[in-house]
Design a protein around this ligand. Sequence first.
Ligand code: S3P
Length: 443
Amino acid sequence: MLARITANEPAISGVLVPPADKSISHRALLFALLAEGTSRLEHLSTAHDVGATARMIELFGASVTGGGAETRITSPGLWGLREAADVVDMENSGTGVRLGIGVATLVPGITVFTGDTSLRQRPMARVLGPLRQLEASIWGRGGDAMLPVVVRGGKLKSGTVDLRIASAQVKSALLLAGLGIDGPVHVTEPVLTRPHTEELLELAGVALEESYTADGAHRVTIRGPAQPSPLTYSIPGDPSAAAFFVVAAAVIPEANLRVDGVYLGPTRSGFLDVLGTMGAAIERGDSDLVVEGTRLSGTVVQGLAIPSLIDEIPILCVGAAFAEGTSAFRDAGELRVKESDRIEATARLLEAFGVGVETFDDGLVVHGGLRPGSLRGKRRCISARLDHRIAMAGAILGLIAGGVTDIEGIETVATSYPGFFDDLRRLGSATVEIGEFDERDRP
Ligand code: S3P
């Protein structure tokens, strides 16, 4: 399916209540599975990725009812998990599958995971290797590299795992597996990554020990066996979804956007710090933002800051295209193994609008200077490359730059933000048409 964004005078204004956070929603469902009894989740994400996790927990023995304002999950809990009667298809969800692999070590019998074309190309060794250090029985295609992955549940050994890649998904898989292990599991990550698993463990009554080394590495210890208690929890708004509209408002002159009910913990709000150093006019509350449009300047983003904004780099590059001067995003090689190779995908996207870009193994340099609205009267067609964040970055770039932007493969947006195009219509000045267009009518 195709979206056609037609923009003349770029503008953005209004109030955005972002969709529920995807990372937290996956984890809340998994905790509800591992707790015995009924958990109540308010505002669970309706993203397709989260739907795949809901189906996985049903296959492992939970029942999921309701939805919208309140989803109820009733489960036999950690000690009553059931072998899945079918292959667990996690579709496009990297977080769902990597966390699910950790949980499958707790499930009696065999679990087979697969996913869509994009997910089947993504690296799984990063989660299989560390779980094997705890003696998990686990195998994957291509020499334990990719999906399909097979897990045989059973007792793992306590131990220490030092992660070389800063990955909240891998850390979480280990902590979830640790719930069933007799004795401590110590996990060290090079820098604190999003701590939603730790936050929910504590909320569910499972004690953790945490410390930091002098060079900033984060160490967390879980002492199993421990069954989490049922949760009653309201999922906050997703900062990674809000980022698309925040960047648009930050660079469009006269823009005024308010964002309400958004999670703004430090591991998720790195993009706001970057926009701040670029000169953006953003007022930050505990869970709300007010953004006004202004002219930004280029910046350099690298090192330990990267994990706190890795998902926001494509849209930050869009912001950088409208900044004065050059911006660099480095130490971000992880972008190559997301839903698409986001270094290439972002570069091709920007080039379609005439923006100068250089790519490196670990990132990209964006030459700014594009003026909002300056490309009205021009047309371009871009591919979402099976990647929701590339599709949304393209739509926002089209809105700000002006002219007609066709984005192919926009179904992928529902992976994280099913209401994205509705919010774009409501907040932005562009016309948004969705459908199949005649070939002769294409740019
Ligand atoms: C996520 C962690 C990050 C992030 C992803 C969501 C999570 O991935 O990019 O979108 O919910 O744990 P990595 O763990 O691979 O860094």
